[in-house]
Every structure is written in structure tokens, then in C-alpha cells.
Design a protein. Structure first.
Length: 234
């Protein structure tokens, strides 16, 4: 009979040491990971963070966090530290400067950790969204240009239609429905009245309505009579 008393048990074979996947993920992550103190001193950073900023990890840890920010946002750093002390978390966007002076936009999500460490520290994660923000800005600018072009085209088209009405008598559209003919007549009349108001009722001359409308003086006078436009309207 085998003796299975505790003193005679064969020692259990210990498994081979498992790979530290947490450390491996940090080292090879494309996200930007770091820890820092509540006074803004970096304690650790992964290689991706250092590489994007143009430093080695050792060099990066010697740079004060405030100096990594673009000058115009450095005053917000103290506000960030105060917010994360108070709310235990902070997120948003920041503009950082690389070693060569290039500006990058980072979207960050940071959390204050008070358990499991000798002193409170902040665990930070971020990702570079510079290209995304640049694309969004270009899209907004393109939309503004498109709207401006569309508005300019609308005005040109309206002017073309109104001038076409003036140069094409309504009699040229005998087959048009009565409602269409009335609408065209109203548009023609409104346009002439508006131009006459702009010229203060002056018909001929370099600042007269006839020149602005591209019509002969006699033609415009005839249209005014046909459309029943009175001086009181001007």
C-alpha cells in the first residue's frame, strides 16, 4: 500500500511561468498609455506614446507634462488636474507638440486610482485623432463652400429667369396654362418693380432701370404700361 500521508506526497509540479500578457499588451498597444502623478509628472508611458512624440520612453519621462502641450492650451492643464482630483475621471481632447514641433490632437480618457498604490496616480489612455479632426474640418469647409456656391448659383439662375421673362414676351407661350402665364407675368412685374425702386423710378441714363434690365427705354416704358405699374408702387 502506498503511503499518501502529507509528509510523503510527491511535490506538485509547478507550471512554467506564464507570459505577462498585461505588460505585453502595454508594450505593443497602438493606444497611448501612461500614468502620472497629481502634480503632472509622468511615471510611465508605453512606446507608442513616446514614438508619436518623437522621444524614447526614458526621454519622455523626463519632460514635464505641461511642456508637452501646445502653448495655447497649457493654461488648461491645471484645470485638468483639479478636475480629475475632484471628479476622479477626465476626458476630452488636447493638443500636444512633438519633439519636432508638430501639433497632434489626442482624445484622452483618464482615471484617478487611489487603491493599490502608495500614492494616488492617474491612469491615462488616449488615441491620436489628428487625421480624423483634419478630415472633419475639411468636410465642414467644403460644406460651407458648397452652400456658398449653391446660393450664388441660385441668384444667377433667378436673375437669368427674370431677364428671360423680360426678353421673351408672354405671347411667345400661347400654349401655356393660364395659371403659368399669370405666374410668369407676376414674376416679370415684381422684378421690374424691384429694379425701378432701386433706381428710384429713373428709367433712362447710366443709372436708370432700362440699362440695369438690358432693355431699351421705350421697351421698358411699354412693359410698365402693359403690366400696370404705377409710380405709387415705387
Amino acid at each position: 500500500m502506498n503511503d499518501l500521508s502529507p509528509s510523503r506526497k510527491a511535490p506538485r509540479k509547478r507550471p512554467a511561468k506564464a507570459r505577462d500578457w498585461a505588460v505585453d499588451m502595454v508594450e505593443h498597444s497602438h493606444d497611448l498609455l501612461c500614468t502620472h502623478t497629481l502634480d503632472g509628472r509622468l511615471l510611465s508611458a508605453n512606446p507608442a506614446s513616446a514614438r508619436l512624440l518623437g522621444y524614447t520612453v526614458e526621454e519622455l519621462l523626463r519632460v514635464p507634462m505641461r511642456e508637452l502641450l501646445a502653448p495655447e492650451v497649457r493654461q488648461e492643464f491645471e484645470e485638468y488636474l483639479e478636475r480629475i482630483r475632484r471628479e476622479k475621471t477626465a476626458s476630452g481632447h488636447l493638443i500636444v507638440l512633438t519633439r519636432s514641433g508638430e501639433r497632434r490632437i489626442w482624445e484622452y480618457h483618464n482615471t484617478l486610482v487611489t487603491k493599490g498604490s502608495a500614492a494616488p496616480l492617474v491612469m491615462g489612455s488616449a488615441r491620436d485623432v489628428t487625421q480624423q479632426k483634419s478630415a472633419e474640418r475639411e468636410l465642414r469647409e467644403a460644406e460651407v463652400q458648397f452652400r456658398a456656391s449653391a446660393e450664388k448659383l441660385r441668384h444667377k439662375l433667378q436673375a437669368f429667369i427674370e431677364l428671360s421673362l423680360l426678353s421673351s414676351p408672354l405671347a411667345a407661350f400661347p400654349a401655356a396654362p393660364q395659371t403659368v402665364r399669370e405666374t410668369l407675368r407676376e414674376r416679370e412685374r415684381d422684378y421690374i418693380v424691384r429694379v425701378l425702386r432701386e433706381t428710384r423710378g429713373i428709367i433712362s441714363g447710366p443709372s436708370g432701370a432700362a440699362l440695369k434690365l438690358g432693355l431699351k427705354r421705350t421697351t421698358l416704358q411699354s412693359k410698365i404700361k402693359q403690366l400696370g405699374i404705377s409710380r405709387a408702387e415705387l
